[in-house]
Structure formats: C-alpha cells, structure tokens
Design a protein around this ligand. Structure first.
Ligand SMILES: Nc1nc2c(ncn2[C@@H]2O[C@H](COP(=O)(O)OP(=O)(O)OP(=O)(O)O)[C@@H](O)[C@H]2O)c(=O)[nH]1
Ligand SMILES: [Mg+2]
Length: 295
C-alpha cells in the first residue's frame, strides 16, 4: 500500500489498558465468556489477542447487530466459526427469538457444570458469564435484553461502560458487563477502517470526510443498489464517478449545501456514516469469510 492510502487510526487510551487488565483478573471468577462480535465485521471486531487472553475458558461467540448485517453472509460467518470449533450464534436486540436461542446455547454448553453442581448438592449456584467485546458493539444492550430487570447504561457511542458491573438474570445466571476494549495496534488498514465505519472508534479522533469517501469506496461494488435506493441516485450516472464525486452527488440530492451549489462535505459525510450505522442504508456486511485482505 502506498503512503497516500494509509490511515492513521490508533486508539488505546489508558482506561482501555486498565480495562484489559481487569478483564484478565476477572476471568478466574467466571464460568463462561461471551465474546460479542459485530456481525457486519466479525474479524475486524475480534481482538487478535483473545485466544491468548481467554486461554481455555469456555466461550460462546455472539455475532451481534445481526439485524444490520447481510443475513446470508452472517450465516456463512457462523459456519466459519463453527468450523474452527467455536460455538457461535447470531443475535439481535431487535429479535425476540434471540434471547431464548442464547439461553439454550449457554445451558447446553454449560450443562456439565450444572450437573456437577447438582450432584454435589450445590443448589442455587449460578452460572457466571462475562461479556467481552469492542466499544459500542452492544454488550450492555445485550445484557439488558437477556436480563429483563437489568438497566445497564447504553448509548450510541463508544466508551459508555467504564467499569465492570454484575447483573442477575433469573435464578440461573449472573453476567458481568465490561468496558469495551480495543488493542494497542490495529493489524492493518482494513481493520482500522472497519472499526471506524461501524462506530467503534470515537468520531472525534477521525477525519469523517476521508472516512465517508473510503466507506463509499468499500461498499460501492457490492451495495451500489443500497446507495442508489436510499439517496435516490441514478445508477447509470454514478458508475464512472469517483467515490468523492458520489459523496458530492449524495450531498446535492439531500440538499446538504453551504452556499449556492457547493456541497457541505462534512454534513453529508456525517449523514452517510450515520445512515449506515443505524441501518437506514439497509443490511450491509463489510467483511466476508476468507476475504481478509493483507495490507
Ligand atoms: N440495530 C441494533 N443496534 C444495537 C444492537 N445491540 C446494540 N445496539 C445499539 O448499539 C449502541 C451501543 O450499545 P451499547 O450496549 O451501549 O454498547 P457497548 O458494547 O456496551 O458499548 P461500550 O459500553 O461503550 O463498550 C446502542 O445505540 C444500541 O442501541 C442490535 O442488536 N441491533
Ligand atoms: Mg456498555
């Protein structure tokens, strides 16, 4: 890759280093780890050190926000992880069936432990789950969905949960919410950009104009129809435009203008990213299995 295309995104503030240390300390107090990944970017949202950090602790991979992802590709991702010997489910806080599916998975996976406790007469012993994942992937929302009475703080920005907190789900399960953690150095450009597109990194440290042009560049071949439908673009007109020109075209269509005919690039960049993140652009997956490009 040449210098021009390099992105300079790195994000590992002190509180994340602390959260990562805490996560390791808490491992001894839990029975199973729930690794929450973003269904739109399963590998980019996966901590590359996770196997080392979690060691042999039982684990369930949850592909969250699956209501925002391309369903067929998500099913392929599920198979991909299962082939690697990992338990994996698709989840969405918007889907009422997700909770039961998850609970069944946990009980099935941890049945050996529950039986063991039962045989020792340890009645009332609860399974302890810990949820881990990148910022803004939906860890606290997940807990609120599966534990009906819990009210973990949720906001649509990274860095909301600041410390570990236990919640109780019925009479069988306790679950530990943890702050989102990224890792000190992203493996490649693709990972850094995927994390930025989906909102795992604070927009304040990013150049949103550059980001939205790169986003259009990334999705324009597979999801051109989504762009055309949402922003009412003429498909035959955009095929020969650069991604920046497409952004300008979207700006004109949306009336995001500064004065006269000049497009307000910052405003339209924020709109494009927000509409992707909230699903208004449709179901879009940014990574397909076996498609991780080396940089
Ligand atoms: N569409 C959709 N949105 C979701 C889903 N899960 C979470 N969200 C949204 O994602 C945003 C972040 O959710 P949080 O639960 O605060 O994420 P978190 O992982 O706890 O974030 P930190 O505490 O900052 O690490 C919120 O706007 C949620 O409504 C989901 O399954 N589908
Ligand atoms: Mg949280």
């Amino acid at each position: 890759m040449n210098e021009e295309n390099k992105v300079n995104i790195n994000w590992f503030p002190g509180h994340m280093a602390k959260a990562q240390r805490k996560l390791k300390e808490s491992l001894g107090n839990v029975d199973v780890v729930i690794e929450l990944l973003d269904a739109r970017i399963p590998l980019s949202s996966r901590n590359p050190d996770i196997d080392k950090i979690l060691s042999n602790k039982p684990r369930i991979i949850v592909l969250n926000k699956s209501d925002l992802s391309d369903e067929k590709i998500s099913l392929n991702w599920k198979k991909y992880f299962e082939k690697m010997g990992q338990d994996c489910i698709l989840f969405s806080i918007k889907d009422s069936k997700s909770t039961n599916m998850f609970m069944n998975k946990v009980i099935h996976k941890m049945n050996f432990k529950l039986k063991n406790w039962e045989s020792k007469g340890a009645v009332g012993q609860k399974l302890r789950l810990m949820i881990v994942g990148i910022p803004n992937v939906g860890k606290s929302s997940f807990i609120n969905r599966i534990c009906k009475n819990s009210k973990a703080k949720v906001e649509n920005r990274p860095g909301v949960t600041r410390s570990n907190q236990w919640f109780t789900c019925g009479d069988k399960i306790q679950i530990l919410d943890t702050p989102g953690v990224l890792w000190p150095k992203f493996q490649d450009n693709t990972t850094a950009l995927d994390l930025a597109f989906t909102g795992a990194i604070k927009d304040q440290i990013l150049d949103v104009e550059d980001l939205s042009v790169r986003f259009i560049e990334k999705i324009r071949s597979r999801y051109m129809n989504n762009l055309c439908e949402r922003f009412k673009l003429d498909k035959s007109k955009i095929e020969n435009l650069s991604s920046f020109e497409i952004l300008e075209y979207i700006g004109r269509k949306r009336g995001a203008l500064i004065s006269g005919a000049e497009v307000d690039i910052t405003r339209i960049s924020n709109i494009v990213l927000e509409e992707f993140r909230s699903g208004k652009l449709g179901k879009i997956t940014l990574e397909i299995p076996y498609d991780k490009q080396g940089e």
